[in-house]
Ligand binder design. Structure first.
Ligand code: PNS
Length: 160
């Protein structure tokens, strides 16, 4: 039987516990899950792609079904190159859905064979975003239990 391959794309700037919750859920659906970190020079990021990939690789060490990579250009081209049948995105709210819907429909138009699957995070992560972790981190707030310790340390070094 052919392998079920999925792609979980995002900026991951930085990865937080909501992302990790979604990765755990997505892993159950696929034989191989590519965690695809967007490389976009136009998009201002706090952490370099190398740093963002590094966090994910450490956090997913031992998860042989998860492969962390960067991608640039069209997501659907990357997904096709990896023989993926689906892209996974998280939905926290109606606002997320409004953001995702046009991208999903455009992606489907560009690549009809690749579906987008939406997963809901556990309720405790519905409030969480990378933007908030950076804001709270920059103001000295405590991010214990919200981001993994290595990310908390990196935020402290970068923003502290
Ligand atoms: O974590 P983010 O920033 O919400 O992720 C957004 C991402 C990476 C999924 C989106 O920006 C993307 O797919 N970028 C790749 C470029 C692309 O394919 N654009 C057309 C989308 S219809």
């Amino acid at each position: 039987m052919s392998q079920r391959i999925g792609v979980f794309p995002g900026s991951f700037d930085p990865v937080h516990n909501g992302h990790l919750d979604l990765i755990e859920r997505a892993r159950r659906l696929f034989d191989v899950l590519y965690i695809a970190v967007l490389f976009n020079e136009q998009k201002q990021a706090l952490f370099s792609v190398k740093e963002r990939i590094g966090f994910l690789q450490v956090l997913l060490a031992g998860s042989d079904d998860c492969r962390v990579e960067s991608f640039s250009g069209l997501l659907v081209d990357y997904a096709r190159e990896r023989n993926a049948t689906a892209v996974v995105r998280g939905l926290r709210s109606g606002a997320d859905f409004d953001y995702e819907l046009p991208m999903t429909l455009m992606n489907r138009r560009l690549a009809p064979g690749i579906d987008t699957i939406f997963l809901l995070p556990a309720p405790e992560w519905v409030f969480l975003s990378s933007r908030l972790t950076k804001e709270v981190g920059s103001l000295g707030g405590d991010l214990t239990g919200v981001v993994p310790p290595l990310v908390m340390e990196a935020l402290r070094r970068k923003l502290g």
